[in-house]
Write a protein that binds this ligand. Structure first.
Ligand SMILES: [Zn+2]
Length: 312
């Protein structure tokens, strides 16, 4: 390789890194945190805002009574208990959000369609922000703490940015598209591998979304996995339609998730990792870390990170 081509390689890499930093999330490991504020920007000044309260008198907000202990006791009033093994699994893997405090949480584990999600989302107090060029919409209390976390990160020369336009709020139909982006290629793969027939794959592909979730999880019990890398359950890759914490506007997928300092800052502002293996994903729980166990969540460690999951 000539010196000239080495030079070109260097500059191509540098330009790609710069472009990735501008785009948000796709910077290579060595480029992370190389400069403060590279992809942090906000189109509003929020530092002088009156902080939003995290508790209000809204009757549908989840508020913790002092005598409540355990996960079940901290679920919102009227919560529909899991009705089958699929819902039990989903509650165990994604359920931390249901005990979040000072915010509105769904009373069912799975929204069945866009209308249900839209009706729920219309009841929420929300706040918008453009961060790193992407629109972020969250429940107001969650956004308020995120703003504080971002300010703290900035003071330390760090940034907290979303991975893309769908990093916070999602609609039901977006969760369907994400789900299909895993299920359809996996079905092709397993047919090619001789693990299922084309007829079986066609049958699964033709099911209603809710039925398909059940069927996919059953196939995974037999080692036919649907995650993107086909080696683990799809639920650690994408949330089944109607179950994503993003539908409740209490979740944010963060670019800088592999930075321990960033994770600590988010935790100080009531944002925690609650879905094991979903590394960019953070959940607003509305309490300080010392109070998380009293919500009925237990800490589990995976890959050097802490995740708070339902203790059930
Ligand atoms: Zn997420």
């Amino acid at each position: 390789m000539t010196e000239h081509s080495i030079d070109r390689t260097f500059w191509t890499a540098a330009l790609m890194a710069a472009a990735a930093a501008i785009a948000g999330c796709y910077s290579p490991p060595e480029a992370r945190n190389s400069g403060p504020e590279t992809n942090y920007s906000s189109n509003r000044t929020n530092t002088d805002r009156t902080p939003l309260t995290t508790n209000s008198n809204m009757s549908n907000e989840n508020t913790k009574a002092e005598d409540k202990t355990g996960f079940a006791a901290n679920l919102p009033d009227g919560f529909a208990q899991p009705k089958d093994s699929v819902e039990k699994t989903l509650l165990r893997e994604y359920g931390a959000m249901f005990v979040a405090q000072g915010v509105t949480v769904p009373r069912k584990i799975v929204f069945k369609d866009e209308a249900e999600v839209a009706a729920f989302q219309s009841t929420l107090r929300t706040a918008n922000e453009t961060i790193g060029g992407f629109k972020v919409e969250l429940q107001a209390a969650a956004m308020d703490e995120l703003r504080k976390a971002m300010a703290e990160a900035k003071a330390q020369g760090l940034s907290i940015t979303p991975r893309g336009d769908d990093s916070a709020r999602r609609s039901y139909n977006e969760t369907v598209s994400l789900w299909k982006s895993r299920v359809d290629p996996a079905l092709k793969y397993w047919v090619a591998k001789g693990k299922m027939t084309q007829a079986e794959a066609d049958r699964v592909a033709g099911l209603s979304t809710y039925e398909q979730v059940e069927e996919v999880l059953k196939l995974e019990e037999k080692g036919i996995y649907f995650a993107k890398d086909l080696s683990k359950s799809i639920i650690y890759s994408v949330a089944p339609p109607g179950t994503s914490q993003h539908l409740s506007m209490l979740a944010l997928d963060v670019c800088e998730n592999d930075n321990q300092d960033v994770r600590s800052i988010l935790a100080r502002h009531k944002w925690f990792q609650t879905v094991v293996s979903d590394l960019p994903h953070f959940t607003y729980l509305g309490v300080e870390e010392k109070d998380v166990p009293s919500l009925g969540l237990k800490k589990t460690t995976s890959g050097g990170r802490s995740f708070w999951v339902p203790d059930i």
